[in-house]
Ligand binder design. Sequence first.
Ligand code: FE2
Ligand code: FE2
Length: 350
Amino acid sequence: MKEFYICDASRFENQVITTSFVVVSKQAKPKKSGELYLALTLADRTGHLDAKMWDNVTEHINCFEQDDFVKVRGLLNRFNGRFQLTVHKVRSMQEAEVDFDDYLPRTTKDIGVLWQTLKDYVDSFQDPHLQALVRAFMADPQIEQAYKNAPAAKTLHHAFIGGLLDHVVSLFRLCDLACRNYPESINRDLLLTGAFLHDIGKIHELTYNRSFSYTTRGQLLGHMIIELEMLHAKIALVPGFPGEYKTLIEHLIISHHGKYEFGSPKLPMFPEALMLHYLDDLDSKMESMRAHFLREAEAEWTGYNSSLERPLLNSKKFLENIKTAGAAPVTQPDTGSAESSSALAAAEPE
Ligand SMILES: [Fe+2]
Ligand SMILES: [Fe+2]
């Protein structure tokens, strides 16, 4: 167990802490004097923390890298409403000192319950071929194990252990609701099959045993191409699987990012593909907002959200605050770029 978790920062405000983190990013930047300082993003399983090292940078700069686990001593305080650590000492940790569970965030939901929810939806399929196909995936013990653990993305949304499963269960619910509104246009089983498979390639695209990053295969091919290969292997196990379904599922997979610039080689061209794209996009963005509000629990306006490319208003907190007499004035959003947001946080002490 670590001595300190980022979610408990408010209890340690203005205190010197000694604890360990994984290094999410590390940048050396010049101060006004021309000397270097280090701008770090540190993380544990409960969140991210901005950190700055102003002094003795040259002697520490090469002793750790991004993705390393580090032991840090520093002063925790608040800057522009956000917690920030001023690092006094830092050293790289040996693997034997590291308990990986302390650093990889994990869904707070019960993974077994989520998996059973997927199974229940698949039990409700009317089409025997689509049902047999999804069951062939779910019955594969390696796929089950990986599907229950993989994150849905490296950083943008559901970036935690169990994130893929969490995302797909949420997407199943959305699909189930939305397709009832268009009963003449949507084949529910086809849509849910697409939802089950649309990100399954992430189990090979990402590594998630130390920190979240891309495999070489994931970096070179991306999850959609990997999914086509996985699909073909499982279709071979379902006797008489219709060729037309195969083509439709392939299209659901390759079009789900919805735009050429987001990596889809084809735009969604039939109703289930269009619906899958929009609901997938909706679920990932809603989760990105939820996670950001959790990370900046004190803030009415959050800092810049890099996946949504804007700061966010926590509307729930905003409405609560205007009900409270004498509420503090609203902090204006930082409407600048990610760079200006980090530049603010990186302001040097006078
Ligand atoms: Fe995707
Ligand atoms: Fe997705």
